[in-house]
Design a protein around this ligand. Structure first.
Ligand SMILES: *[C@@H]1O[C@H](CO)[C@@H](O)[C@H](O)[C@H]1NC(C)=O
Ligand SMILES: *[C@@H]1O[C@H](CO)[C@@H](O)[C@H](O)[C@H]1NC(C)=O
Ligand SMILES: *[C@@H]1O[C@H](CO)[C@@H](O)[C@H](O)[C@H]1NC(C)=O
Ligand SMILES: *[C@@H]1O[C@H](CO)[C@@H](O)[C@H](O)[C@H]1NC(C)=O
Length: 800
């Protein structure tokens, strides 16, 4: 019945367009025929009375209708869970008040009449049960013979996706050659695991080519122009678009507003999940991916995009800084009814550097920055070129400022180009870019400040009209152009880049910033040696609390030092986490992490764990040393180095030159004192920052020996040498080991003693009762860091 009325109105509408409304009565029959030939498209907005629909979607679909009405016949449905008695009115009100010609792409002639027709064409549907879906889909089927496609736009929370997809798949997939497309809104999970789960649920009902995950940022004109611009200027900039010429790329999204009013959502997500994993990472792919040879080939485009994401290293903890605006916690407490002592560490600002391990980009930082409550609302991509020019004459071109004082750069404004900034700017010392003929040089003030240069120092262009992002993406979806949507594989690849960082931030305190212009330079940061660091040292107590080691929170103690205990897996996992955070901190402070590993069987489970964490651990800035070594070839099965290599080093990305095995074989054979191998190692150790190892990991023998310092052996009392030759104990005088001495171990910034298994039980209980300890008898009691942090890691088996 409803349907019949709508069909009638549709006829009216088409007529009005062609010949004006007065002639309707006579012409209904003629137009009926023309319409009958047009293929039918059904559009269903699920969540059609929600905020997004009100703001953008109905307007966007109106533009689609405006553009396609001559070729296609449309049926529009706005769906929600409320009964029609409520929904009808709400939907009508939205169409009346929130869709207008002034917001339309073609506001001119005939728009108002057409809009009236569009409004009348939309009907409300209650979609709650499987039967509701079945009914709606049955209604669509009547048109099947000439059906062109069915578009479902799901503007509902993600937990509802799977259920709706199931209902759609059950009765709404057209049987003819017509297409089915289902559009989804973010969030698509909150980490790799949950995104994968959601993707699996969807794929049970929908085919990949039916899923359109929308990232509305990709609909912005500034973003949409990046690839075509690169394509058009491939000849121009081919040789410039690489690590030889590009110093860094900044991809920035600054917001002025705070998170008030949506804290329940925001606090679950934070800035990384809210905009970096999706919007900024998508833009990053457009800038950095290899150009597809055929830009119309979706497959090729996607392959290149996914390859880039796979070549991008997961962000390490020291490659990001985080901040939170002052007052966020108060807003959160108020909005969610939390108590005055409740805390949230969710970042509202993050800067992170991405690195791509491929020949084009190796070493070039892609710096992604996003934040709330900043000084302005602005989005841009800024490509900063290296400029190796040396200027001899004072004046530059045409008397302007010398080029040597300026950055060579290329800027794509992605936020609101046009109002203040043109969409694309290229320093006028770079080759002049080509642009689509429809683009023009806008009328912006030539003295507008662009990162310290005048606008007049650039070639600059803007598109004819800044189309609304949703309008543009709705059109792309209609045309089946999946390029501007997020596929399952690229989504997973993007989560892989961000998930480790998100995990490592769980307990990290963000830097607190004032917000707005008062923030000043407080959030400025430096990207150096693959490390991102705030420029201003932190003085406020928040961040110094962060520098305070995790160990303060360990309440158990053993021999008056912190003790981590539990099942073996748990002890090892915690040790690995601690190593990770100490590594990050060391790299942040000194640019490197120097760790000495022991031999023996105890650390094997730790090594396996570290190998698993491989993506997360900053191996490329880690230097590996040995606690001790047997005097055998490094390829011998008894060699500590070989064990370390086989169970860890071969699986991780430590640069070859960062690995320092002990020189046990020199000119005169194994551990010959005259070769001065120990002295050589000592000299090498002296080169590291402050001559202090960042971490010494130790095991303990059942007899209490540590490193190769055995009970009652003179090496235990060694005071001056950092490294020495040792032997297996009093029974054997042949030096058959090389080892760090206690002064070296005790000079480290951190040491951990890992003790696992029943075999160590007796010695552990001895140590429990031996108050001060006697290092000569129990060398492990000589481990006593005065200037550093020392933690015991003893599993239940050994501690009982
Ligand atoms: C829709 O229009 C009404 C009436 O003009 C307005 O009050 C409301 O804020 C608009 N809603 C949105 C989401 O823009
Ligand atoms: C480019 O890709 C499109 C879409 O797959 C295809 O139709 C076209 O033939 C391709 N062009 C060339 C030159 O390969
Ligand atoms: C210098 O300015 C003149 C006049 O404005 C212009 O025609 C010329 O192209 C400029 N030279 C360069 C190198 O841009
Ligand atoms: C911008 O242009 C104005 C006027 O030509 C000039 O006075 C000013 O020094 C320029 N600023 C920069 C940063 O080049």
């Amino acid at each position: 019945m409803m349907k019949a009325i709508h069909m009638q109105l549709l006829k009216v509408a088409s007529c009005c367009l062609v010949i004006g409304c007065l002639a309707i009565a006579v012409l209904v029959h003629g137009s009926e025929k023309a319409k009958a030939d047009r293929p039918v498209v059904s559009v269903v907005i699920v969540g059609g009375t929600g905020d997004l629909s009100t703001r953008y979607l109905w307007q966007g679909f109106y533009s689609l209708y405006q553009g396609q009405k001559d070729k296609f016949s449309f049926d529009f449905y706005g769906a929600a869970r409320m009964p029609a008695s409520e929904g009808d009115g709400q939907l009508a009100s939205i169409l009346k008040h929130n869709v207008s010609c002034s917001k339309s792409v073609q506001p001119g002639l005939g728009c108002q009449t057409l809009l009236d027709a569009y409004r009348a064409m939309v009907s409300y549907r209650k979609l709650k049960t499987a039967d509701d879906y079945a009914d709606l889909c049955k209604e669509m089927e009547q048109e099947e013979a000439k059906e062109h496609g069915r578009l479902f736009y799901l503007s509902v929370p993600p937990f509802a996706y799977a259920g709706i997809a199931k209902n759609i798949a059950k009765g709404c997939r057209p049987e003819s050659r017509a297409w089915l497309r289902v559009v989804l809104e973010k969030p698509f999970g909150h980490d790799h695991g949950s995104a994968e789960e959601l993707a699996t649920q969807l794929s049970a009902h929908l085919r990949e080519e039916e899923i359109y995950r929308i990232d509305h940022y990709l609909g912005k004109i500034g973003v949409q122009s990046i690839l075509p611009f690169r394509m058009l200027n491939d000849g121009n900039y081919k040789d410039l678009w690489n690590r030889e010429h590009i110093e860094r790329v900044e991809i920035v999204m600054k917001e002025k507003i705070d998170s008030k009013g949506r804290l329940e959502f925001y606090n679950e997500y934070g800035v990384i999940r809210d905009v970096m994993q999706n919007h900024l990472t998508e833009i990053f792919t457009l800038v950095a991916m290899e150009m597809p040879a055929n830009i119309s080939s979706r497959r090729e485009f996607l392959n290149n995009k996914i390859r880039l994401l796979q070549q991008t290293q997961p962000v390490k903890p020291h490659q990001a800084v985080i901040g939170q605006y002052d007052g966020y916690v108060d807003q959160w407490r108020e909005e969610l009814g939390k108590g005055p002592s409740d805390e949230t560490l969710v970042p509202t600002f993050t800067a992170a550097a991405l690195y791509v391990e491929n020949p084009r980009w190796k070493g070039v930082p892609f710096v992604l920055v996003a934040g709330k409550k900043l000084d302005e609302r602005l989005g841009y991509v800024r490509v900063v070129f290296k400029d190796n020019a040396v200027c001899v004459t004072k004046a530059g071109r045409n008397g302007s400022v010398n080029r040597c004082s300026k950055h060579q750069q290329m800027i794509f404004y992605t936020g609101n180009p046009g109002l203040k900034y043109p969409a694309i700017l290229v320093s006028d010392h770079l080759p002049k870019p080509m642009l689509p003929t429809s683009w023009s040089v806008p009328n912006n003030d030539p003295n507008t400040d662009i990162f310290g240069s005048n606008l007049s120092d650039f070639y600059y262009f803007s598109p004819p009209k800044d189309q609304d992002a949703y309008t543009s993406l709705i059109a792309s979806c209609f045309h089946g152009d999946q390029k501007m949507f997020v596929g399952t594989d690229d989504l997973m690849a993007s989560w892989r880049i961000w998930t480790p960082l998100l995990q490592s931030l769980e307990n990290k305190r963000p830097r607190i910033y004032t917000g707005g212009e008062d923030t000043g330079t407080w959030l400025d940061f430096r990207v150096k040696d693959r490390t991102v660091k705030y420029i201003h040292e932190q003085e406020d107590p928040w961040e110094s609390a962060d520098a305070a080691p995790v160990f303060q929170s360990i309440t158990d103690r053993f021999r008056s030092r912190p003790l981590v205990t539990g099942k073996e897996e748990s002890v090892v996992a915690q040790l690995a986490q601690h190593l990770l955070s100490i590594a990050a901190e060391s790299i942040q402070k000194r640019g490197s992490f120097h760790i000495a590993f022991p031999g023996g069987s105890t650390p094997r489970s730790l090594f396996a764990h570290l190998a698993k964490l491989s993506n997360l651990f900053p191996w490329e800035d880690t230097f590996v040393w040995m606690v001790d070594e047997r005097c055998v070839p490094l390829t011998d099965d008894h060699s500590n180095f070989k064990q370390l290599h086989d169970s860890l080093l071969q699986f991780v990305n430590v640069p070859y030159l960062n690995i320092n095995p002990m020189p046990v074989k020199l000119a005169n054979g194994f551990c010959d004192a005259s070769d001065k191998g120990a002295e050589t190692y000592e000299d090498d150790l002296r080169q590291i920052p402050d001559g202090r190892l960042d971490y010494v990991l130790l095991g303990m023998g059942a007899d209490g020996h540590v490193a190769s310092l055995f009970p009652n052996h003179p090496t235990v009392g060694e005071k001056s040498a950092k490294v020495t030759l040792s032997d297996g104990g009093p029974k054997n005088n042949v030096p058959d080991r090389m080892t760090l001495t206690l002064p070296t171990i005790n000079n480290a910034r951190h040491a951990g003693v890992l003790i696992l298994g029943k075999g160590k039980r007796d010695m552990v209980s001895t140590l429990k009762t031996e108050g001060v300890g006697d290092p000569l008898r129990y060398p492990v009691t000589g481990v006593d860091l005065k200037k550093g942090e020392q933690v015991w890691y003893i599993d239940h088996e050994a501690l009982v």
